[in-house]
Design a protein around this ligand. Sequence first.
Ligand code: COA
Length: 286
Amino acid sequence: MASGAGAAASPIVLVAAGGLGREVLALLRAAGEDVAGFLDDSPALRGASVDGAPVLGGVAHIATLPDVRVLVCAGQGSARAALVARLAEAGVGEARWARAIHPGVEVPAGCVVGPGAIMLAGVVLTASVTVGAHVVAMPQATLTHDVVVEDFATLCAGATLGGGVVVGRAAYVGMNASVRQGVRVGVGAVLGMGGALLRDLPDGETWVGVPARPLGAASAGRHRAASVTIPELEDAGLADAGLAQAALLVDLAAPTNLALPDESGGLDAPTEPAGVAASDGRGGGA
Ligand SMILES: CC(C)(COP(=O)(O)OP(=O)(O)OC[C@H]1O[C@@H](n2cnc3c(N)ncnc32)[C@H](O)[C@@H]1OP(=O)(O)O)[C@@H](O)C(=O)NCCC(=O)NCCS
């Protein structure tokens, strides 16, 4: 069931009209939610309609919509963190973050799902699972007992987490990757699609393969070269920072009122919000 943390009847505005945003739009419509439209800074989307939903304006337009609930739909955790920080600065309080949980996804008693979380069809939560704020779990992601997924993390389609796994803040677990029970994926780390992680993945690193190992230095360089650009980082003279480092830096700037559990959300885009490159080397289309 899709749900919001704010007033039940208020419409929802989706931020970032990319692939994930369109998936969330479809989910919310199917659940009978009132979606007012998108906010997206992309000039190409000004006045456009995306899958029948109007693009109401850029992200700053939120200032004119004080009563809507808000859901950030950027596919990358670092981008979601940057957008959440901007929206919080614009006055979006914690009670206004919506959630989008597919009607077929069960959240058993004892599991906690943070504000701004998105769970697409087929996501499984078994027992005592804690999902942070603005986490995205794509189709068929499986979170087994005692898993903790920290704020802004992304679990791509088919990702499977064994019991007690911890996925760090803004980390990214690629399609059909598996994480052995009790293992930690570091803050801002990336586990490539199809990887099998047998031991802790350090913060900010990218590992691939079966068993998963660090991506080679040359390849890692290419990966960094294709990293996101985020206005806050550019302002700070850090536009060339690597994706993982960017995630870390943005997270440091993110609001601190999104901690779990009581206070409290794939690379998708054909279009991402302005300031976020459509391609960062993790792949396209969710
Ligand atoms: C791990 C990942 C982030 C690396 O991206 P990248 O830095 O652009 O890497 P490249 O495509 O340049 O590949 C670099 C090297 O790593 C290898 N490689 C890349 N991804 C790999 C993976 N998942 N498993 C094994 N090897 C991988 C490539 O074969 C290449 O090897 P080479 O240097 O020997 O030729 C990316 O491949 C990935 O897995 N992304 C996740 C995609 C996903 O799940 N998308 C979901 C969309 S909803």
